[in-house]
Design a protein around this ligand. Structure first.
Ligand SMILES: Nc1ncnc2c1ncn2[C@@H]1O[C@H](COP(=O)(O)OP(=O)(O)OP(=O)(O)O)[C@@H](O)[C@H]1O
Ligand SMILES: [Mg+2]
Length: 404
């Protein structure tokens, strides 16, 4: 028995694989070279360069849709800046924070203060104390401190945070705080308080989506590092690039396709050809939906399950005239609420009120799992109509695993 287990382990180790370094294809990997971002890299460097000679750089706001290289580019430039600092001993410091984790002014300041005084335990101290720690550090070290706040739209009290950081610059005798804000939400800037907007957006950059040609170049570089020689064809890479360009020019999605295609090919022919990219595309979409479903709170999951079940059944209300037969049915919110209550009872749960139910529908719609619209006159008054956004079979399968 022991021998058998060892054999299995050894087999796993000795298994032929087409991956040279799988990690290179993961979205967290920051490559040493970022094709098609040279212009953006140069512009950020130019904005930050004054810091190296103790001058005050402008704040910078970077936006662009998902997977356009905002995070990778910013991290790359900060890394270069620190390399130059080490070489010439300039008084520059930088920090990169993802505001999905640091999502309040307090959390951000706690992190900044911890960097200023790493030997102290500052947890639980008042904001003003943390603020003083941080500003004292910048002042006494005469340092230009660059704070890159990624996904900055996630900070709940952002206007106050930006106000505090600007005020720091007003009171500092020497040293300076510079902010790089990054977001993929286009509407975010419009919602900012005018004062915050003028603070953050002293300089602005938009990262455009990549086209198919650019994505192909990005993927080819990653494949060269991540996959063994001759284990992929250029046409397979081009196809993954074309799929991603058609979606939204998202490099993360393109990488995900190639990684998945690599995994599928690894099980079979050990060569990534177009067929595997096509299979990967379906598998990746499924993965995304399943991941989303696994994060749903219980009652939202039950509502979605009810919608999926009803979509396949003929309802007691007659089909809407414009619905093609054989397609998933458009549902009325009343019948979905009834189904939800029935399911809750079946599982011994207390159903939530209609008000909560409407909230669940809003959240499911925001996640893109369903679409809803308000019916026009004539269709049973003004009722809300609901439709599944994905084939119900996949959804039902994932939900049954989760709920049972
Ligand atoms: N020009 C590029 N060259 C090589 N890899 C790239 C390039 N642009 C993006 N990538 C890779 O694509 C993935 C997504 O990029 P990144 O995380 O920087 O996107 P983002 O714009 O920050 O997206 P989001 O708005 O979703 O945070 C990462 O793995 C990154 O390494
Ligand atoms: Mg990012």
């Amino acid at each position: 028995m022991g021998c058998l287990v060892l054999d299995l382990f050894e087999q796993e180790l000795k298994k032929e694989t087409l991956f040279r370094d799988r990690n290179v294809l993961s979205p967290h990997y920051v490559p040493d070279h970022l094709p098609h971002r040279e212009k953006e890299i140069n512009r950020i460097m130019k904005i930050l360069a004054p810091a190296l000679s103790q001058k005050h750089p402008s704040n910078l706001f970077i936006y662009g849709s998902t997977g356009t290289g905002k995070t990778a580019t910013t991290k790359y430039v900060l890394k270069k800046l620190i390399e130059v600092r080490e070489k010439y001993g300039a008084k520059v410091d930088s920090v990169y924070l993802n505001c999905r984790t640091y999502n309040t002014k307090y959390q951000v300041m706690l992190k900044l203060a911890q960097l200023a005084a790493p030997e102290e335990n500052l947890m639980g101290y008042a904001f003003s104390h943390l603020y003083e720690k941080f500003t004292n550090y910048v002042n006494s070290k005469r340092v230009i401190f660059i704070a890159a706040l990624d996904e900055i739209d996630k900070v709940k009290d952002l206007d106050e945070l930006l106000y505090s950081l600007t005020r720091a610059n007003d009171i500092l005798e020497s040293g300076h705080v510079c902010i790089i804000g990054i977001s993929n939400r286009v509407t975010f800037k419009q919602k900012l308080d005018p004062r915050s907007k003028s603070t953050l957006c002293q300089e602005e950059m938009i990262f455009p989506p990549y086209n198919a040609e650019q994505l192909k170049a990005i993927l080819l570089e990653r494949c060269k590092e991540g996959l063994k020689e001759k284990t992929y064809t250029e046409s397979a890479v081009a196809l993954a690039a074309a799929f991603a360009a058609r979606e939204s020019g998202d490099a993360r999605y393109a990488l995900r396709l190639i990684l998945k295609a690599g995994e599928l090919a690894d099980e079979e022919s050990k060569k990534v050809v177009e067929e595997y990219v096509k299979k990967a595309r379906a598998a990746v979409e499924e993965d995304v939906v399943v991941e989303l479903i696994n994060t749903l709170p219980q009652h939202q999951a039950i509502v979605l399950y009810g919608i999926a079940l009803l979509s396949g059944k003929d309802g007691k209300y007659k089909r809407l005239a414009e619905e093609p037969p054989g397609k998933d049915r458009v549902l009325f919110s009343g019948e979905v609420y009834e189904e939800y209550k029935d399911l809750c009872k079946r599982w011994g749960l207390q159903p939530r009120s209609a008000r909560w139910f409407r909230e669940y529908l809003n959240e499911l719609e925001m996640m893109g799992l369903i679409t809803t619209m308000i019916s026009g006159k004539g269709v049973r008054g003004n009722t809300r109509l609901i439709k599944m956004a994905f084939p119900k079979e996949k959804i039902i399968g994932a939900l049954e695993k989760k709920l049972h």
